[in-house]
Design a protein around this ligand. Structure first.
Ligand SMILES: *Cc1c(COP(=O)(O)O)cnc(C)c1O
Length: 393
């Protein structure tokens, strides 16, 4: 397994120069809680408002909307259901195809299926790790044609209804070219901003770049509520519809239980939102620390043979959720040898996710040639990225 051309000891040495000299082992991404989170959660316990009533959900939603530059944030129980709701509200009907990267966390593709759609996998651009607009254009020219209900996949006969870009590891995708493609073909756009709170594209916040976006507040994300997510939109009617659907489609009434359709219980409990509100108040400090940590990695690997630290494009500002090294590795075995040694040295590292089209449940999903995805899956390694690992400014 040690047939790699990477100098593994050298790599570990460089990683160590970026991390605190405490002898502890480093996880990939861990939360930290301040006094605010303790106070807000205690307030929930002391007032008994731990569940679906109480003020923290409203306060957290207001803070999210303000921060992400949208009119409405609807807090829900996970990022996965946030994306499922986005797909449903974008007008994707059962049996429609949704274009998305294969290089993503499984939740993106799962959400499409939960909403009745069929994932259709598109390759990525090495410069952003997100959907490649040029290759998407050529793929659509090859396989799609205008149909009765919109764009149609000539190979499957199904409607292609939506495009779902993902900001991988917090790095904004080339959104403007993707929006132009969607406009040209009449596709709805859903932004998977689960990893990208605080990131900006041409100065605009991720989460505000498409009519519908999903965030995640899982424990390993930049902002956590324990578990949770949010849908972001600036459309008043869609926001009202989301609130209705996620609260069992209950009609407002002081005591009567009247529901006008089969709704969902996707709400975020108050106690989780209390955690989230405190986390939002620490977001700017966390982003600054994560940027310093990324810069330390960049400096440490300057001029290093066979290893580079993934960086930003000129139009993007990443939240650097997970710092990614791109290695000059050419097989899974080679990457595994590096991962094994780095983890054995107490430095939490992992590969990018197994590409979606290589998972059994998506093996027969429609897709284009995914050469860049498959190559990068053998080359990308995430390294410890918690904000508190950064040296003080
Ligand atoms: C974390 C994440 C999600 C949502 O995950 P949950 O665990 O359900 O909150 C969706 N998409 C991507 C790309 C993610 O990283």
């Amino acid at each position: 397994m040690s047939d790699t051309r990477i100098d593994i000891d050298g790599l570990i040495g460089r990683l160590r120069t970026c991390l605190p000299d405490t002898g502890e082992t480093f996880k990939l991404h861990e939360p930290r809680f301040a006094q605010a989170e303790h106070n807000y959660v205690m307030d929930c316990l002391e007032t008994n408002w731990v569940s679906y009533g109480g003020d923290y959900v409203k306060k957290f939603e207001a803070e999210l909307a303000r921060r992400c530059g949208v009119a409405h944030a609807i807090a829900v129980s996970s990022g996965t259901v946030a994306l499922q709701l986005c797909v449903m509200l974008a007008g994707v009907r059962p049996g429609d195809e949704v274009l998305l990267p294969s290089f993503t966390f499984v939740a993106t593709a799962n959400a499409v299926v939960h909403a009745g759609g069929i994932p259709h996998f598109i390759d990525i651009d090495e410069a952003t790790l997100g959907l490649d607009p040029d290759r998407l254009t050529r793929h659509l020219e090859e396989i799609a044609r205008p149909g009765r209900g919109g764009l149609e996949n000539r190979l499957t006969g199904r409607r292609i209804a939506a495009l779902m870009p993902v900001h991988i590891f917090g790095h904004p995708v080339a959104m403007d070219p993707l929006l132009a493609i969607a406009r040209r073909h009449g596709l709805a756009v859903i932004e998977d901003a689960a990893e990208a709170i605080g990131s900006t594209y041409k100065g605009r916040p991720c989460g505000s770049l498409a009519p519908l976006a999903g965030l995640s507040f899982n424990g390993n994300k930049v902002v956590t509520t324990g578990g949770g997510g949010a849908v972001l939109t600036s459309d008043d009617a869609i926001a009202a519809r989301l609130r209705h659907l996620t609260t069992t489609a209950k009609l407002p009434h002081a005591w009567r239980f009247m529901h006008d359709e089969v709704g969902y219980n996707f709400r975020m409990p108050n106690i989780n939102a209390a955690l989230g509100l405190g986390q939002m108040q620490a977001l700017d400090a966390a982003l600054a620390a994560k940027r310093r940590l990324w810069q330390a990695y960049r400096a440490a690997f300057q001029g290093c043979n066979g290893v580079r630290v993934f960086g930003e494009t000129a139009e993007a500002c990443s939240n650097h959720w997970l710092v990614a090294l791109v290695l000059d590795t050419h097989s899974d075995g080679e990457l595994d040898a590096v991962l094994e040694a780095v983890n054995a040295a107490g430095i939490g590292a992992r590969p990018a996710w197994t590409p979606m089209h290589l998972l059994p449940m998506f093996a027969t999903s429609p897709r284009m040639d995914l050469a860049v995805t498959e190559r990068l899956a053998r080359q990308v390694m995430n390294v410890p990225s918690s904000p508190f690992l950064a040296a003080a400014s």
